[in-house]
Design a protein. Structure first.
Ligand code: PEP
Ligand code: MG
Length: 316
């Protein structure tokens, strides 16, 4: 019965008491964007542009970048669905030959994401030119966000560069400092998107690639959830969208808790959309709020999962 509900779910996601939840897709190139456009999603919440360049030795020209981005925007531009494009998140677990510095002692804490732009400002300028050209050419509603933002000054500088080109600007919340400063970041940008994969890594001081640390790199960790909730509350106070685009958004039970915290959109691999949508459509917003409370108050991830499962089952 549950499986049938998932397979038949066509969206949009609405709780039993009528609260709309935006479900979005994570994509990495034109091909995955075309596949995602067929899923019941309202747009793209994370276009990981660095995945277009994993095998490139040299930086593509602005024109070549524009063509690549346009191919990814087009399937969503066709019916007016917005796309959040993330600027290069090169470095650490995603080395890009033409962008990443070599020889860092500790790349996860090194020059990665937006930090590369301070090192090489023209690289970001050219990428933003390519994104803006693709947005113009396709007519796609294009939002642009930066990864690995740690300070208010970084957010303000990035937002100015994006708005100069007529696009909406946001930053990812992946570093604890950014979550702590969410209210001040929101004064500088139009939206926030929480990258729970990296936020968990940095909150828990546990390498996201270390399988021995899986119990720590778990977005159900109450410390992570409290920072997510604080960020969502800041968004609500500012009247600006705060989404989640890490793996946490693809977990149907955790999705219930995230919506209860006031998260406004969930972006995930297209395969996760139906299970998450079906789960959210089976609960009330009050149950989501209760799920948020018990998940944050749990002793550990396992207890949190069980407590949310109990809430969801009781409120069915
Ligand atoms: C994240 O860190 O949660 C995220 C969405 O970005 P990535 O997984 O690409 O680092
Ligand atoms: Mg990340």
């Amino acid at each position: 019965e549950a499986r049938a509900a998932i397979e038949q779910w066509t969206g949009p996601a609405t709780t039993t008491d009528g609260v709309r939840v935006k479900l979005l897709a994570n994509v990495g190139d034109a091909e995955s964007a075309r596949a995602a456009a067929a899923a019941p999603v309202e747009g793209v919440g994370l276009f990981r542009t660095e995945l277009c360049f994993l095998d490139r030795r040299d930086e593509p020209s602005v024109d070549e970048q524009a063509a690549l981005y346009a191919d990814a925007l087009r399937p969503f531009a066709a019916d007016g669905r917005p796309v959040v494009v993330r600027t290069l998140d090169a470095g650490s677990d995603k080395p890009i030959a033409f962008a990443t510095l070599d020889e860092e002692e500790n790349p996860a804490l090194g020059v990665r994401g937006l930090r590369l732009a301070e090192h090489n400002p023209a690289l970001l300028e050219r990428q933003l030119d390519g994104i803006a050209a693709a947005a113009r050419e396709t007519g796609a509603e294009t939002w642009v966000m930066a990864p690995m933002v740690a300070t208010v000054a970084e957010a303000a500088g990035f937002a100015a560069q994006v708005r100069e080109r007529g696009l909406r600007a946001g930053v990812m919340i992946e570093v604890p400092s950014a979550a702590i400063l969410a209210e001040r970041l929101l004064a500088e940008v139009d939206f926030l998107s929480i990258g729970t994969n990296d936020l968990t890594q940095y909150v828990m001081a546990a390498d996201r690639l270390a399988s021995d640390l899986a119990h720590l790199t778990d977005p159900w960790q109450p410390a992570v959830l409290q920072l997510v909730a604080a960020t969502a509350a800041a968004g609500r106070a500012a009247g600006k969208p705060v989404g989640v685009c890490g793996e946490a958004a693809a977990d149907p039970l955790l999705a219930v808790a995230l919506i209860g915290m006031g998260i406004t959109s969930l972006s995930m691999a297209p395969a996760a959309v139906r299970p998450v949508g079906a789960q959210l459509s089976a609960v009330s917003f009050a149950a989501c709020e209760e799920a948020a409370r018990v998940a944050m108050g749990a002793a550990d991830p396992a207890a949190g999962r069980q407590a949310v499962r109990d809430v969801v089952t009781a409120r069915r």
